[in-house]
Design a protein around this ligand. Sequence first.
Ligand code: ASP
Ligand code: MG
Length: 402
Amino acid sequence: MTLIVQKYGGTSVADTNSLKLVAERIIECKEDNNDVVVVPSAMGSSTDELIHLASQLSEKPTPREMDMLLSAGERITMSLLSMHLNSLGYSSFSLTGSQAGIITTSRHGKAEIEEITGERVKEGIDQGDIVIVAGFQGFNRDTREITTLGRGGSDATAVALAAALGAERCEIFTDVEGVYTADPRIITNAQLIDEITYDEMLEMSSSGAGVLMARSVEFGRRYNVPIIVKSTFNNGEGTLVKEKVMEEAIVRGVTHNDKEMKFTLFGVPDQPGIAGKVFGPLSEGGIIVDMIVQNVSKDSKTDISFTAPTDQREDVVEILSSLSSDLDAEGTDSDENVARVSIIGAGMKAESGIASKMFSILGKNEINIGMISTSPIRISCVIPKNDMNKAIEALHEEFISQ
Ligand code: ASP
Ligand code: MG
């Protein structure tokens, strides 16, 4: 029998009616002569609500207790789904991440899956049961603690489980039709992408496409698990993420990220080893630094700017101010009014002039570029946040709609 892992996102399991619809989908897959393992997210925005509850009682809750709290969200969905399937006459049981043998690193809130033993999952499959595994969580052997995988982590659970169990594919059910050429909330004529490579999808996810968590795409690529992103609410084909696709695109999609800020350390002595001294403590502090720019130095001093997630602002500011005094720098600054727009496409590798075309499109629209970074298949520019929508529209129009 073919094994399929299905993941359902928060909006697909937001209430009992949605759970009934999800159960129908699961049953349809099972009745099609497949084995099915299901990974649900927490219901609706309940993870946000749990975070809010915590913030009312504690200014800085310990990461351990946050994981104890947040891992509960997915437990609610998994058990409700399983009991509903049972009531419809289907044999099903639910497992927490740790019961399913999802072994992770020890870092609370951002743990990474290291191994999946999956014994109880396999036993369930062998008995013909529909096994429901809580997304977004695991267990660390050394600390003996429950961990969570970071926001959106159920995608990683699902694809990693699909890889570990040798599933034929991993289906990610969500509230949109699949992966689009740009965010359809901003670009009304954004197109649904039929097929996209792992490399392109990884760049899309890492540069702001929220539909799939980047780490899940990494698992898909590493273990060659086809990932299908599709809607829970209709029967569209969705988007298939795989190794090689039929049609190579110069620009497959335009993404944006307005959840990062720009931080600057002014007047750092320009000496060998200085970048290490700045970014070492930031990385030890778990800060996810994205783009980095070091200015030309003047009088043996230089400014270093970088972007990092806005929700890490407090930690970054704290680390930077102690760095500023340790390194005898001239001060720090943080700027919230930035956004990043990116164009992504595997065909870029073989085509020249794409970067300059992007810059001139932004220039024509009087959008100032503050920082630039590239990979072989991506070009990103940091621009003022107020210009973000205009930039996405212009880039989508020139590179994709034409
Ligand atoms: N419930 C978690 C979140 O909201 C994990 C997930 O949905 O994938 O981030
Ligand atoms: Mg998600």
